[in-house]
Design a protein around this ligand. Structure first.
Ligand SMILES: CC(C)(COP(=O)(O)OP(=O)(O)OC[C@H]1O[C@@H](n2cnc3c(N)ncnc32)[C@H](O)[C@@H]1OP(=O)(O)O)[C@@H](O)C(=O)NCCC(=O)NCCS
Length: 212
Protein backbone atom coordinates (compact mmCIF):
# COMPACT_ATOMS: atom_id res chain seq x y z
CA UNK A 1 0.00 0.00 0.00
CA UNK A 2 1.41 3.36 -1.00
CA UNK A 3 0.70 6.22 1.37
CA UNK A 4 -0.04 9.77 0.43
CA UNK A 5 0.26 12.38 3.14
CA UNK A 6 -1.68 15.62 3.18
CA UNK A 7 0.10 18.39 5.04
CA UNK A 8 0.10 22.16 5.26
CA UNK A 9 2.16 23.70 2.45
CA UNK A 10 5.36 25.57 3.23
CA UNK A 11 7.14 28.27 1.24
CA UNK A 12 9.37 25.60 -0.34
CA UNK A 13 6.26 23.93 -1.83
CA UNK A 14 5.27 27.00 -3.86
CA UNK A 15 7.18 25.87 -6.97
CA UNK A 16 5.66 22.38 -7.12
CA UNK A 17 2.19 23.84 -6.53
CA UNK A 18 2.79 26.26 -9.40
CA UNK A 19 3.95 23.45 -11.68
CA UNK A 20 0.90 21.33 -10.87
CA UNK A 21 -1.38 24.33 -11.43
CA UNK A 22 0.20 25.07 -14.81
CA UNK A 23 0.01 21.42 -15.89
CA UNK A 24 -3.43 20.46 -14.59
CA UNK A 25 -5.58 23.61 -14.57
CA UNK A 26 -6.49 25.12 -17.90
CA UNK A 27 -9.32 27.31 -16.57
CA UNK A 28 -8.94 31.06 -16.12
CA UNK A 29 -5.97 33.13 -17.16
CA UNK A 30 -3.61 32.39 -14.23
CA UNK A 31 -1.85 29.46 -15.95
CA UNK A 32 -1.14 31.72 -18.93
CA UNK A 33 0.94 33.99 -16.67
CA UNK A 34 3.61 31.34 -16.27
CA UNK A 35 5.01 29.11 -13.52
CA UNK A 36 7.24 31.83 -12.00
CA UNK A 37 4.20 34.09 -11.48
CA UNK A 38 2.18 31.21 -9.97
CA UNK A 39 5.07 30.25 -7.65
CA UNK A 40 5.18 33.82 -6.37
CA UNK A 41 1.39 33.81 -5.86
CA UNK A 42 1.46 30.54 -3.90
CA UNK A 43 4.48 31.78 -1.96
CA UNK A 44 2.30 34.69 -0.86
CA UNK A 45 -0.62 32.36 -0.04
CA UNK A 46 1.48 30.28 2.37
CA UNK A 47 2.84 33.44 4.02
CA UNK A 48 -0.57 35.07 4.50
CA UNK A 49 -2.33 34.45 7.82
CA UNK A 50 -5.80 34.51 6.27
CA UNK A 51 -4.90 32.05 3.50
CA UNK A 52 -3.73 28.45 3.52
CA UNK A 53 -2.51 25.76 1.21
CA UNK A 54 -2.15 22.02 1.58
CA UNK A 55 -0.07 19.58 -0.44
CA UNK A 56 -0.43 15.84 -0.97
CA UNK A 57 2.96 14.14 -1.01
CA UNK A 58 3.67 10.54 -2.01
CA UNK A 59 6.07 8.12 -0.32
CA UNK A 60 8.96 9.38 -2.49
CA UNK A 61 8.32 12.97 -1.40
CA UNK A 62 6.84 14.05 -4.74
CA UNK A 63 4.00 16.54 -4.58
CA UNK A 64 1.02 14.85 -6.26
CA UNK A 65 -1.68 17.38 -5.40
CA UNK A 66 -2.41 20.70 -3.76
CA UNK A 67 -5.26 22.97 -2.77
CA UNK A 68 -5.20 26.61 -1.75
CA UNK A 69 -7.83 28.71 -0.02
CA UNK A 70 -8.23 32.14 1.52
CA UNK A 71 -10.67 33.93 3.81
CA UNK A 72 -11.00 36.87 1.40
CA UNK A 73 -9.75 36.73 -2.18
CA UNK A 74 -9.90 40.51 -2.65
CA UNK A 75 -7.58 41.17 0.29
CA UNK A 76 -5.21 38.37 -0.79
CA UNK A 77 -4.90 39.90 -4.28
CA UNK A 78 -4.33 43.37 -2.77
CA UNK A 79 -1.63 41.99 -0.45
CA UNK A 80 -0.04 40.15 -3.38
CA UNK A 81 -0.12 43.33 -5.49
CA UNK A 82 1.55 45.40 -2.74
CA UNK A 83 4.18 42.82 -1.65
CA UNK A 84 4.92 41.00 -4.92
CA UNK A 85 3.34 43.16 -7.61
CA UNK A 86 6.46 44.69 -9.14
CA UNK A 87 8.47 41.46 -9.47
CA UNK A 88 5.46 39.36 -10.41
CA UNK A 89 4.44 41.88 -13.04
CA UNK A 90 7.95 41.88 -14.49
CA UNK A 91 7.98 38.06 -14.60
CA UNK A 92 4.63 37.96 -16.37
CA UNK A 93 4.78 41.28 -18.24
CA UNK A 94 4.49 40.01 -21.83
CA UNK A 95 1.69 37.65 -20.88
CA UNK A 96 -0.18 40.32 -18.85
CA UNK A 97 0.07 42.66 -21.83
CA UNK A 98 -1.50 39.98 -24.01
CA UNK A 99 -4.32 39.17 -21.59
CA UNK A 100 -4.89 42.48 -19.74
CA UNK A 101 -8.67 42.20 -20.13
CA UNK A 102 -8.72 38.81 -18.37
CA UNK A 103 -6.52 40.19 -15.56
CA UNK A 104 -9.07 42.97 -14.94
CA UNK A 105 -11.99 40.53 -15.15
CA UNK A 106 -10.39 38.32 -12.52
CA UNK A 107 -9.46 41.20 -10.19
CA UNK A 108 -13.07 42.50 -10.38
CA UNK A 109 -14.71 39.09 -9.92
CA UNK A 110 -14.79 39.04 -6.07
CA UNK A 111 -16.56 42.41 -5.96
CA UNK A 112 -19.37 41.49 -8.34
CA UNK A 113 -20.03 38.09 -6.75
CA UNK A 114 -22.74 39.60 -4.50
CA UNK A 115 -24.16 37.53 -1.67
CA UNK A 116 -21.47 34.85 -1.89
CA UNK A 117 -19.07 34.19 0.99
CA UNK A 118 -15.76 36.08 0.63
CA UNK A 119 -13.81 32.93 1.52
CA UNK A 120 -12.74 30.93 -1.50
CA UNK A 121 -10.95 27.77 -2.53
CA UNK A 122 -8.55 29.20 -5.09
CA UNK A 123 -7.42 26.03 -6.81
CA UNK A 124 -7.28 22.26 -6.45
CA UNK A 125 -5.18 20.02 -8.65
CA UNK A 126 -4.13 16.39 -8.43
CA UNK A 127 -1.54 14.84 -10.74
CA UNK A 128 -2.76 12.32 -13.32
CA UNK A 129 -1.26 9.27 -11.57
CA UNK A 130 -2.82 10.07 -8.17
CA UNK A 131 -6.23 11.17 -9.51
CA UNK A 132 -9.42 9.32 -8.63
CA UNK A 133 -8.14 8.00 -5.28
CA UNK A 134 -9.59 10.48 -2.81
CA UNK A 135 -6.66 12.91 -2.79
CA UNK A 136 -8.70 15.86 -4.13
CA UNK A 137 -11.33 15.27 -1.51
CA UNK A 138 -8.74 15.11 1.30
CA UNK A 139 -7.23 18.41 0.10
CA UNK A 140 -10.59 20.20 -0.11
CA UNK A 141 -11.56 18.86 3.33
CA UNK A 142 -8.27 20.16 4.76
CA UNK A 143 -8.96 23.64 3.34
CA UNK A 144 -12.55 23.72 4.63
CA UNK A 145 -11.48 22.58 8.12
CA UNK A 146 -8.74 25.19 8.20
CA UNK A 147 -11.11 27.99 7.19
CA UNK A 148 -13.63 26.83 9.80
CA UNK A 149 -10.98 26.84 12.51
CA UNK A 150 -10.17 30.46 11.68
CA UNK A 151 -13.81 31.48 12.08
CA UNK A 152 -14.98 31.39 8.45
CA UNK A 153 -18.62 30.24 8.21
CA UNK A 154 -19.02 29.75 4.46
CA UNK A 155 -16.79 29.16 1.46
CA UNK A 156 -17.17 29.26 -2.31
CA UNK A 157 -15.30 27.73 -5.20
CA UNK A 158 -15.58 28.32 -8.94
CA UNK A 159 -15.11 25.70 -11.62
CA UNK A 160 -15.92 25.52 -15.30
CA UNK A 161 -19.48 24.23 -15.65
CA UNK A 162 -18.12 21.67 -18.13
CA UNK A 163 -15.51 20.32 -15.65
CA UNK A 164 -17.10 17.02 -14.62
CA UNK A 165 -14.29 15.96 -12.28
CA UNK A 166 -14.39 19.27 -10.41
CA UNK A 167 -18.19 19.20 -10.17
CA UNK A 168 -18.10 15.66 -8.75
CA UNK A 169 -15.34 16.63 -6.33
CA UNK A 170 -17.10 19.71 -4.93
CA UNK A 171 -20.53 18.08 -4.78
CA UNK A 172 -18.98 15.08 -3.01
CA UNK A 173 -17.40 17.51 -0.52
CA UNK A 174 -20.78 19.01 0.40
CA UNK A 175 -20.84 22.04 -1.92
CA UNK A 176 -23.92 22.99 -3.91
CA UNK A 177 -24.14 25.17 -6.98
CA UNK A 178 -25.20 28.71 -5.98
CA UNK A 179 -24.96 30.47 -9.32
CA UNK A 180 -23.34 30.44 -12.73
CA UNK A 181 -21.15 33.26 -14.00
CA UNK A 182 -19.41 34.15 -17.23
CA UNK A 183 -15.99 35.42 -16.19
CA UNK A 184 -13.81 35.05 -19.27
CA UNK A 185 -14.87 35.25 -22.90
CA UNK A 186 -18.39 34.07 -22.09
CA UNK A 187 -17.15 30.72 -20.72
CA UNK A 188 -19.65 29.53 -18.12
CA UNK A 189 -18.43 28.73 -14.62
CA UNK A 190 -20.36 27.32 -11.69
CA UNK A 191 -19.94 28.92 -8.27
CA UNK A 192 -20.35 26.36 -5.48
CA UNK A 193 -20.84 27.18 -1.82
CA UNK A 194 -20.94 25.29 1.44
CA UNK A 195 -21.03 26.05 5.15
CA UNK A 196 -17.90 25.60 7.22
CA UNK A 197 -18.38 23.99 10.59
CA UNK A 198 -15.57 24.07 13.11
CA UNK A 199 -15.08 20.59 14.58
CA UNK A 200 -12.06 21.00 16.83
CA UNK A 201 -8.44 21.28 15.77
CA UNK A 202 -7.61 19.93 12.33
CA UNK A 203 -4.82 17.36 12.11
CA UNK A 204 -1.88 18.79 10.22
CA UNK A 205 -0.94 15.41 8.82
CA UNK A 206 -3.01 12.52 7.70
CA UNK A 207 -2.62 9.67 5.26
CA UNK A 208 -4.76 8.88 2.26
CA UNK A 209 -4.83 5.31 1.01
CA UNK A 210 -3.99 4.86 -2.65
CA UNK A 211 -5.51 2.15 -4.81
CA UNK A 212 -8.92 1.80 -3.22
C1 LIG B 1 -10.73 17.78 -9.99
C2 LIG B 1 -9.59 16.97 -9.37
C3 LIG B 1 -8.81 17.89 -8.43
C4 LIG B 1 -10.18 15.79 -8.58
O1 LIG B 1 -9.14 15.19 -7.81
P1 LIG B 1 -9.19 13.62 -7.47
O2 LIG B 1 -8.12 13.34 -6.48
O3 LIG B 1 -9.16 12.85 -8.72
O4 LIG B 1 -10.64 13.51 -6.79
P2 LIG B 1 -11.11 12.40 -5.74
O5 LIG B 1 -10.45 11.09 -6.08
O6 LIG B 1 -10.94 12.92 -4.36
O7 LIG B 1 -12.67 12.25 -6.10
C5 LIG B 1 -13.65 13.12 -5.55
C6 LIG B 1 -14.98 12.81 -6.23
O8 LIG B 1 -14.90 13.21 -7.62
C7 LIG B 1 -15.16 12.09 -8.47
N1 LIG B 1 -14.30 12.21 -9.63
C8 LIG B 1 -12.95 12.32 -9.64
N2 LIG B 1 -12.50 12.42 -10.91
C9 LIG B 1 -13.59 12.33 -11.70
C10 LIG B 1 -13.80 12.36 -13.10
N3 LIG B 1 -12.75 12.50 -13.95
N4 LIG B 1 -15.05 12.29 -13.58
C11 LIG B 1 -16.11 12.17 -12.74
N5 LIG B 1 -15.99 12.14 -11.38
C12 LIG B 1 -14.76 12.20 -10.89
C13 LIG B 1 -14.85 10.87 -7.63
O9 LIG B 1 -15.56 9.72 -8.07
C14 LIG B 1 -15.29 11.32 -6.25
O10 LIG B 1 -16.71 11.21 -6.17
P3 LIG B 1 -17.43 10.68 -4.81
O11 LIG B 1 -17.22 11.76 -3.77
O12 LIG B 1 -18.85 10.55 -5.21
O13 LIG B 1 -16.74 9.40 -4.45
C15 LIG B 1 -8.63 16.39 -10.46
O14 LIG B 1 -9.41 15.69 -11.42
C16 LIG B 1 -7.84 17.45 -11.17
O15 LIG B 1 -6.74 17.83 -10.72
N6 LIG B 1 -8.37 18.00 -12.29
C17 LIG B 1 -7.67 19.03 -13.04
C18 LIG B 1 -7.64 20.35 -12.30
C19 LIG B 1 -9.06 20.88 -12.03
O16 LIG B 1 -9.93 20.83 -12.88
N7 LIG B 1 -9.23 21.47 -10.80
C20 LIG B 1 -10.53 22.00 -10.38
C21 LIG B 1 -10.76 23.38 -10.85
S1 LIG B 1 -9.62 24.54 -10.07
Amino acid sequence: MTGITVRRALARDARSMAELHARRIDEGFLPTLGTAFLARLYGRVVRTRTAAAFVAVDAEGTTVGFAAACADLGSLYRRFAVRDGAIAALQAAPRIARSWRRVLETMRYPQHADGLPPAEILAVAVGERAAGRGVGRALVDACVRDLARSGVTGVKVTAGSHNGAARALYEGCGFHEATRVHVHDGVESSVYVRDCVARGPAPLLHSVELGR
